[in-house]
Design a protein around this ligand. Structure first.
Ligand SMILES: Cc1ncc(COP(=O)(O)O)c(C=O)c1O
Length: 418
């Protein structure tokens, strides 16, 4: 059988292998701290679940671009939470932002630029269509955020081709959030060189310092596509409901998206879109839900960051999302002594010997030889945490409601100290 060479080239990621191994170990009764898994730990709010239930008998196909009321509610949501001015006509619904990203990658020609320290799926999606890509360097001092000068020098050296940069803030895997100033500088470079921006804002309201993360679309509306959805903010990853908002200047692409959607996934499941309507229309209860979940994540993020940094591990400071990068380079000698020469072998060692799963940095565009990993701090059941914050919430609450986090951190600290 002949297989499309672009697809054949896709290899199971190290992430997938680690996740499979965790599943196997857990099924054998082993206790594993899963710092590899990036799913929201919170239950879906009942307002969203009830909206889904009410439409369970709805067997209609909805329009390919999505339920119009949902598209309108998302345009209003973007205005309310992010101050962005998108028309409902250029907001489209798909089965997760992942699929919408892929469909846009299929449509656009040119080179896709991925900053080192980006989400694992961008590159396989580009490879699946046989697209061109470049990984742009970033560095630890800026928590692996892309510097405007780096983008400018790439554009300077590659002036002719169409370029699309994929930005993600709050970021998976680093937890970093781009400031308004950093986005303005990137926007200026993009405008100068006509770069298109895919802004992956799936964690936009999971921010620890402010209510929302700034969006580059505020400074570069003419060429920024936004991607988001229900998966993280509303903890409904399995519902598969995402959206994209395209700039007015690209509104001519609407019919292209409509055709591609209708020839591939047809439309997102009707009950799910009504659940999405409840989520994006919002309510006081839903606002309180998102705020409390984010507060819990922030307490845990700060605990993990402080403990691991104090043990000498170089960590990115999580300002949002569920993640941070942890770099064990200061322990290189020790790793060499154990014969561990790549982030993948170290990740396997940590899993086998410590019972702690971390994802190797090689899946996030870091060199395989650097012992850097993504740590996701969501291995707990969010339903165990009280909905009302206690006056003092700290280590005692984390020990009580997220004991696996404490256990995993202690194991990594012991490894560094031993
Ligand atoms: C950075 C990032 N973008 C996109 C997605 C995909 O989200 P969705 O469930 O909307 O497809 C994820 C999910 O893990 C993610 O972490």
């Amino acid at each position: 059988m002949k297989i499309n060479p672009n697809i054949k080239e896709l290899k199971p990621s190290a992430t997938l292998a680690i996740n499979e191994k965790v599943k196997l170990l857990r099924s054998q009764g082993e206790s594993v701290v899963h710092f590899g898994f990036g799913q929201s730990p919170f239950p879906i709010h009942t307002e969203i679940v009830n909206a889904l239930k009410e439409e369970a008998a709805n067997n209609n196909y909805l329009p390919s671009l999505g339920l119009i009321e949902l598209r309108e509610s998302i345009a209003t949501y973007l205005r309310k939470w992010h101050g962005l001015d998108f028309n409902a006509d250029t907001v489209f619904i798909g089965p997760g932002s992942k699929e919408l990203l892929y469909q846009t990658i299929l449509i656009l020609e040119g080179t896709f630029l991925i900053p080192q320290g980006s989400w694992v799926s961008y590159l396989p999606q580009i490879k699946a269509k046989g697209g061109n890509f470049t990984i742009l360097p970033t560095d630890a001092n800026s928590d692996y955020k892309l510097d405007a000068n780096t983008l400018a020098s790439y554009c300077e050296s590659n002036p002719v081709e169409q370029k699309t940069i994929i930005l993600n803030s709050p970021n998976n895997p680093t937890g970093a959030v781009y400031s308004a100033e950093e986005l303005k500088q990137l926007a200026a470079v993009c405008r100068e060189y006509g770069v298109i921006v895919f802004s992956d804002e799936i964690y936009s309201r999971i921010t620890f310092e402010s209510a929302t993360a700034p969006s580059i679309a505020s400074y570069y509306p003419e060429r920024t596509f936004i991607y988001s959805g229900m998966s993280k903010i509303f903890s409904a990853g399995g519902y598969r409901c995402g959206f994209m908002a395209i700039p007015q200047d690209f509104s001519h692409l609407k019919s292209t998206f409509q055709s591609l959607f209708s020839e591939t996934f047809s439309a997102v499941a009707s009950p799910v879109q009504y659940a999405g309507l409840a989520a994006f229309q919002g309510s006081e209860a839903l606002d309180a839900y998102v705020q409390r979940n984010t507060q819990i994540l922030s307490i845990i993020a700060s605990y993990v960051y402080k403990k691991l940094s104090a043990a000498g591990i170089q960590c990115t400071k999580p300002e949002g999302a569920f993640y941070m990068m942890v770099d064990f380079s200061p322990f290189q000698q020790k790793l060499d002594g154990l014969g561990l020469q790549s982030s993948e072998t170290v990740a396997n060692y940590f899993l086998d010997q410590l019972g702690v799963a971390l994802l190797p940095g090689s899946d996030f565009y870091f060199p395989a030889s650097v012992p850097i990993f993504r740590l996701a701090f969501v291995d707990f059941n969010g339903a165990d945490w009280p909905r009302e914050p206690a006056t003092e919430e700290g280590i005692a609450s984390i020990e009580k409601y997220s004991p696996k986090i404490v256990e995993g951190v202690a194991k990594l600290v012991t490894f560094c100290k031993s």
